[in-house]
Design a protein around this ligand. Structure first.
Ligand SMILES: [Zn+2]
Length: 137
């Protein structure tokens, strides 16, 4: 996944980040990490935080180790699908569904389990590539 944000989306991410940093209703620890990492928090759980920088790179931050690192595509997709209601324009950065993709059976194509948890089979996309590659149907 090599999607780079468009110029207008990059400006939006910068603006959302500024708003996040100034918003006293957002968690203080997330605002601190957002300032430090220069990225907008998109996903947080007990293990860590995932932030998106305006250039489209995604970093995870580990609460326990106080370490951050560039993340893999799976976390990037999870962060983007988790936050798409809050920031609908981030859809631009998600992979496009391919013609061979199947609706995800685990979440019946909704991308979430019990409406709250992100589906880990499809990373919240609601579809995934067929796994049985090369098997004649
Ligand atoms: Zn799913």
């Amino acid at each position: 996944m090599s999607h780079k944000p468009s110029e207008s989306l990059r400006r939006d991410i910068e603006r959302w980040l500024r708003e996040f940093l100034l918003n006293p209703t957002e968690p203080a620890d997330q605002r601190e990490r957002a300032r430090e990492l220069g990225g907008l928090p998109l996903y947080a759980d007990m293990g860590g935080l995932v932030v998106l920088r305006p250039d489209g790179t995604v970093f995870t931050y580990d609460w326990e180790d106080s370490k951050s690192e560039a993340t893999d595509d799976a976390w990037k997709v999870v962060a983007l699908t988790t936050s798409r209601e809050k920031y609908p324009r981030l859809r631009e950065l998600l992979p496009e569904r391919t013609v061979s993709a199947l609706d995800c059976a685990a979440c019946t194509g909704t991308g979430s389990i019990l409406r709250t948890a992100t589906c880990w089979k499809c990373l919240g996309l609601g579809w995934h590539e067929p796994e049985a590659v090369g098997v004649a149907g």
